[in-house]
Ligand binder design. Structure first.
Ligand code: PEP
Ligand code: MN
Length: 446
C-alpha cells in the first residue's frame, strides 16, 4: 500500500478493522459490494474540493463550521418532512450564527449516509434476553428480535438508495428557493414560534429583512442570498460500503469516497495502524477524526502526519468530544502541543458524546447545561491557547422530541418518555438547537 492507491478490501480486513458487522456469509456481502461498485457517485469530487476550500477558511480562523443531524438516520426517517425539518433547523442556526456573530458559517449535514453505528458492547440485554446490539440501519434492524438483529449486507444497498433520496431532496430544497435568505421568517414555524427562543429569532429575522430591503433599495442583487452551500457527512464505519463508493476522479486521477462530501473516523476506530485510518488516508475528501479525552497530543500529531502528510489546510478536522467536566483539563495540553507542531487542522467541538448518561428511567440522555458547558470550555481553552474555535458538531433533530434534558423549556427526566424517538443517542430538539445557536453566537462575538 503506497501513494494514493486505495488498498483492497482484503488488505483492509487483514488490519483487523474494529466495529465491523459479522455477516453470516461472505457471498451475499460480495454481491452487495458488486452492486454498489456499479452505482453512480452520490457526490462529486469537485463538490468535495469546494467543501475542503471552505474548511481551509475554518482552519485559518475565517469561518465557523456547523455540522449537525441525527446520531443515526433510519430508512423510515427518509421522508420529506423529516429531511426538511432537519435542514430548517440547521439553516436557522446558521442564520443566527452568521448574523449575530458576523462570521461565515459552513453548513454540513450529518445526513445522507449516517446509518452505521459503533457500539460499546456487541450485545444488548433486555428483560433477560440477550441479542446482538443494533449497529444502525446499515447493518441490522432496530427491532429487538433475533431475526432483525442479524447483519444483512443488502442493507448497504439500501443505505445508498436512502442517501440518494435524502440528497436529492436536500439539493432541491437548497437550490429551489427554500434556503433563500428571504425565507428567514418561514423557517420559524409551529412549536418553535411560540417559544422564547422562537420570539428572539423572530426579532433577528426582522432585522435581516430590514437589511435586505435596504440592499434591494440601493440596487444590490446578491446571488448569495438566494442559494446556500450545504454539504453531507457521515462516519465512515462499514468498510465494504465506503470502499465500494471510492472512485478515481477523472479530473485529478485521485480517489474520492463519493458516499458523502466529508467523512469522519470515530473515537472507536481511530487506531493509527487500523483499517479506517489506512483507508481514509488514501482518499482526497476532507475528513475528520473524533478525539476523546484519552487522546494524547502525540496521538493527534501522528494521526495528522498519516492522514494529512502534506499539511494541507481544509483536509483535516479534529472533532474533540471530551465531556463538560474534562475539557478544561484535557484540551489545553493537546491543543498546545499540536499547535506548536505546526499541524494545520480545523478544531471542532462535539459537546454531545462526552456528556451522555443514563436517566433513572433507563433512557440515554444528555443535559443541555453540560452541552453548553463543554462548548464554553472549548471556546475558553482555544482563546487562551490562541487557536480558533472552529465549529460545532451536534446531534439534533428538527422535531419537538424529548431526548435531552434541560434548556429553556426545561425538559425533565420524567418527560423523556413523551417523545423519545432516537434509535441511538439523544438529540437536541429544535428549540434546544436554536438556543444553543444563540449562546454560541455570543461566545463567538466576544
Ligand atoms: C457519533 O458521532 O455518533 C459517535 C459514535 O461518536 P464518537 O465516535 O465520538 O463516540
Ligand atoms: Mn451519537
Amino acid at each position: 500500500m503506497s501513494g494514493q492507491s486505495v488498498p483492497t478490501l482484503a488488505e483492509l480486513h487483514a488490519l483487523g478493522p474494529a466495529q465491523q458487522p459479522t455477516y453470516p456469509d461472505r457471498a451475499s456481502v460480495d454481491a452487495a459490494v458488486a452492486k454498489l461498485r456499479k452505482m453512480p457517485p452520490l457526490v462529486f469530487a469537485g463538490e468535495c474540493d469546494d467543501l475542503k476550500a471552505k474548511l481551509a477558511a475554518v482552519t485559518r480562523g475565517e469561518a465557523f463550521l456547523l455540522q449537525g443531524g441525527d446520531c443515526a438516520e433510519t430508512f423510515d426517517g427518509v421522508t420529506a418532512d423529516n429531511v426538511r425539518n432537519k435542514l430548517r433547523v440547521l439553516l436557522q442556526m446558521a442564520v443566527v450564527l452568521t448574523y449575530a456573530a458576523s462570521v461565515p458559517v459552513v453548513k454540513l449535514g450529518r445526513l445522507a449516509g449516517q446509518y452505521a453505528k459503533p457500539r460499546s458492547s456487541d450485545l444488548e440485554t433486555r428483560d433477560g434476553v440477550t441479542l446482538p446490539a443494533y449497529r444502525g440501519d446499515a447493518v441490522n434492524g432496530f427491532e429487538f428480535t433475533e431475526a432483525s438483529r442479524v447483519p444483512d449486507p443488502q442493507r448497504l444497498v439500501d443505505v445508498y438508495n436512502s442517501s440518494a433520496a435524502t440528497l436529492n431532496l436536500v439539493r432541491a430544497f437548497v437550490t429551489g428557493g427554500y434556503a433563500d435568505l428571504r425565507q428567514v421568517h418561514t423557517w420559524n414555524t409551529d412549536f418553535v414560534l411560540g417559544s422564547e427562543v422562537g420570539r428572539r429569532y423572530e426579532q433577528l429575522a426582522a432585522e435581516i429583512d430590514k437589511a435586505m430591503s435596504f440592499m434591494e433599495a440601493i440596487g444590490v442583487d446578491v446571488e448569495e442570498l438566494r442559494r446556500v452551500d450545504f454539504h453531507s457527512s457521515h462516519e465512515a464505519l462499514v468498510l465494504e460500503y465506503e470502499h465500494a463508493l471510492t472512485r478515481i476522479d477523472s479530473r485529478t486521477q485521485l480517489p474520492y469516497d463519493v458516499s458523502g462530501h466529508f467523512v469522519w473516523i470515530g473515537e472507536r476506530t481511530r487506531q493509527l495502524d487500523g483499517a479506517h485510518v489506512e483507508m481514509m488516508s488514501r482518499i482526497a475528501n476532507p475528513i475528520g477524526v473524533k478525539l476523546g479525552p484519552t487522546t494524547s497530543a502525540d496521538d493527534a500529531i501522528a494521526l495528522a502526519a498519516k492522514l494529512n502528510p502534506t499539511n494541507e489546510q481544509g483536509r483535516l478536522t479534529f472533532i474533540t468530544r471530551m465531556g463538560a467536566g474534562k475539557i478544561r483539563e484535557h484540551l489545553p495540553p493537546l491543543l498546545e502541543k499540536v499547535h506548536a507542531a505546526g499541524v494545520e487542522v480545523a478544531w471542532v467541538c462535539d459537546p454531545m458524546h462526552g456528556n451522555t448518561f443514563e436517566a433513572s428511567s433507563g433512557y440515554k440522555t444528555r443535559r443541555f447545561e453540560d452541552v453548553i458547558e463543554e462548548v464554553q470550555g472549548f471556546f475558553d481553552v482555544h482563546r487562551s491557547v490562541g487557536t480558533w474555535p472552529g465549529g460545532l458538531h451536534v446531534e439534533l433533530t428538527g422535531d419537538d422530541v424529548t431526548e435531552c434534558v434541560g434548556g429553556g423549556e426545561d425538559v425533565l427526566e420524567s418527560d423523556l418518555s413523551d417523545r423519545y424517538e432516537s434509535v441511538c443517542d439523544p438529540r437536541l430538539n429544535r428549540v434546544q438547537s436554536l438556543e444553543l445557536a444563540f449562546l454560541v453566537a455570543e461566545m463567538l462575538r466576544k
